[in-house]
Design a protein around this ligand. Structure first.
Ligand code: FAD
Length: 595
């Protein structure tokens, strides 16, 4: 959108918002998949073919195309971002940029969702999930990366990865922990202004519980903070806005194809030599002289590997897929952050609930609420055993009033939708509770042997046999409930008002364990952080790629995206994905003499 007219901008946003709200999510890939004829057109070759232009793919395309002599092809299933998707506040509405996934019906979680299936939004747009995500910049704990190294992944300790976090960052805020942040990198990091009516009270309540205000991406993660967002002034900073926009058109060696669905990685004798894709109803084959770089995300990368015959032998054979390489761990070890979504408090405060017109005026001045995804404002990291002892096991994330609760966001069933509709948007606030280091593992597998169908996503939150995950989540909720005893929360009369259909009869006292276990299993969704489905490691049995992201027992094939995390980080997953892609870009440049 190119306009200086406020009225035109207003009309544009209103019509886009209506369009997105009515958009019916796809149930399969038919829109991209159907071909007019079966002829396969064989094209020439590129040095590198990157599959997926999301967080990792955008970094790879930008960094590798710095080497002028290398020809790079980037294939992305989605289209381009828009002025509407640039507005952080509309992130949850971007249905037309969503693959449309949900989990398969769950037994241990998602019980308050329609058909016991949690929503599983993934970005289908240039920029990938960074084009639709919540923009929270949270790298994780030093202990995560030292843990990766201890698992045998040499080169991935905190000391090793910190320079790459810094390389990918441009910090715009003041008062940050010098030495831990980068200046001049592509990803802008900012606070949002002005603060909400509840921010000071929330920070004060944290202080009264012994939690200090910190820079959680600095030396000490433990405590409370304003969220550091990937925004620049008022706009979303997705990976493609940060890394592709500045070079679009000017790098003749980078060819970007949008609305293009890769359906197979072509493999001969354990060497990846190209990919097959569909574009505008036609099938093509294109070859890679150096490497195929799979960056289709932690759901679609394993899906493509499996469809290409790279995966667990028995599973593939059952679906009639010819096994090219028996890789037992493809699609296994899915880890994600369970996100408990139903902790709502009523206060004696009343926030203004501005009109769209007022909010858009504010947005153009760089002011909240539309500069915040769904209103998110503050973040706190705690440890349920010793509240300020690093590393954390629970994250709190505050959404202040005025609340904006898009009806479709969590796929809640009628009972739970009714509960959510009962919250008062101007007086109530909610604190999301995120389990940071789950033990439970799920999987991604194939429904059929065709890219036409969505993969099966089985998250299995709270399924660890020792029950450690649900107990930690319970302790996290219980600790936050004790905040109502702080003078700060008493002053605003913060009172828990959440109910949990299907669990109420279990409630003997406010912190009854059976009640909260039931509540957690009903009202936990995803923080949208799937990792581990193509994880890094040394064992063929338990991992898919080595410490340089090369697929085990394969040549010319790497996976570079959130799927390769050896274990989930105690943060969010966009920063770490950018860091990995920055590091692997350097590995590739060193290997092929491009430095
Ligand atoms: C709703 C939501 C909120 C989130 N909030 C946050 C947050 O606040 N902070 C944070 O740090 N992280 C957040 N995340 C997670 C973060 O965005 C992801 O971890 C990160 O973007 C993953 O990057 P990736 O490169 O692995 O995959 P993606 O960015 O998802 O990129 C994969 C790309 O590959 C394309 N693709 C897939 N299959 C094919 C195919 N067959 N052919 C061609 N192209 C294909 C996709 O369309 C997509 O563009 C959120 C995610 C979501 C969905």
């Amino acid at each position: 959108l190119q306009t200086d007219s406020f009225e035109e901008f207003y009309n544009y946003v209103e019509s886009k918002s209506n369009y997105e709200n009515q958009y019916v999510l796809p149930k399969n890939n038919r829109d991209l998949f159907e071909t007019s004829d079966a002829t396969i057109h064989v094209l020439g070759s590129y040095d590198f073919i990157i599959v997926g232009g999301g967080s990792a793919g955008s970094v790879l395309a930008s960094r590798l195309s710095e080497i002028k002599k290398w020809k790079i092809l980037l294939l992305e299933a989605g289209g381009d971002e828009t002025a509407f998707s640039d507005i952080p506040g509309y992130g949850p509405n971007l249905r037309s940029m969503n693959w449309g996934y949900s989990t398969i019906p769950q037994k241990t979680c998602c019980l308050g969702m329609q058909n016991q299936q949690c929503d599983y939004t993934r970005g289908k747009v240039l920029g990938g999930s960074s084009g639709t995500n919540a923009l929270v910049y949270a790298r994780g704990s030093y202990a995560d990366f030292d843990g990766w190294q201890a698992l045998g992944n040499s080169g991935w300790s905190y000391q090793d990865v910190l320079p790459y976090f810094k390389k990918s960052e441009h910090i715009d805020i003041s008062g940050y922990d010098v030495g831990y942040h980068g200046v001049g990198g592509p990803l802008h990091v900012n606070y949002t202004v002005p603060q909400s009516i509840i921010a000071d009270t929330f920070i004060e309540a944290c202080r009264q519980k012994g939690l200090e205000e910190v820079d959680y991406n600095g030396r000490n993660q433990m405590g409370v903070s304003k969220i550091q967002f990937n925004i620049n002034f008022n706009k979303r900073v997705s990976a493609s806005r940060a890394l592709i926009d500045p070079i679009k058109g000017s790098r003749k060696n980078l060819n970007i194809k949008l609305n293009t669905l890769v359906v197979k990685i072509l493999v001969k004798d354990t060497v990846a030599y190209g990919v097959e894709y569909i574009e505008a109803g036609k099938r093509y084959i294109v070859k890679a002289k150096k490497e195929v770089l799979l960056s289709a995300g932690s759901i679609n990368s394993p899906q493509l590997l499996l469809l290409s015959g790279l995966g667990p032998k028995a599973e593939l054979s059952k679906l009639g897929i010819r096994v090219k390489n028996n890789l037992p761990a493809v699609g296994k070890h899915l880890k994600d952050h369970p996100f408990y979504i139903n902790l709502f408090f009523r206060t004696n405060l009343t926030a203004m609930n501005p009109t769209l017109r007022e909010n858009l005026h504010r947005y153009l001045m760089g002011e909240a609420p539309l500069t915040r995804y769904n209103g998110l404002e503050l973040i706190a990291f705690i440890n349920t055993t010793n509240h300020t002892q690093s590393p954390p096991d629970i994250e709190y994330i505050l959404t202040p009033p005025p609340l904006n609760l898009p009806p479709h966001i969590y796929n809640t069933n009628d009972d739970y939708s009714h509960v959510f509709q009962g919250y008062n948007t101007t007086t109530d606030f909610t604190t999301g509770v995120i389990l940071l280091k789950p033990k439970s593992e799920g999987s991604v597998s194939l429904r059929t042997n065709s890219m036409l169908e969505f993969p099966l996503i089985d998250v299995r939150y709270f399924s660890d046999p020792e029950g450690r995950d649900i107990e930690t989540m319970y302790q996290g909720i219980k600790y936050f409930l004790s905040f109502t005893e702080t003078p700060a929360f008493k002053k605003i009369n913060a009172t828990l008002i959440s109910t949990h259909p299907g669990c109420e009869e279990l409630k003997k006292n406010p912190v009854d364990r059976d009640y909260w276990y039931c509540a957690i299993r009903h009202a936990t969704s995803t923080a949208y952080h799937p990792v581990g489905t193509t994880r890094m490691g040394n064992s063929l049995q338990n991992s898919v790629v080595n410490n340089e992201c090369i697929v085990h027992n394969m040549k010319k094939l790497r996976v570079v995206d959130a799927g390769v995390l050896p274990d989930i980080v105690r943060g969010h997953t966009n920063a770490v994905t950018n860091m990995i892609a920055e590091k692997i870009s350097d590995v590739i440049k060193t290997h092929y003499g491009g430095k």
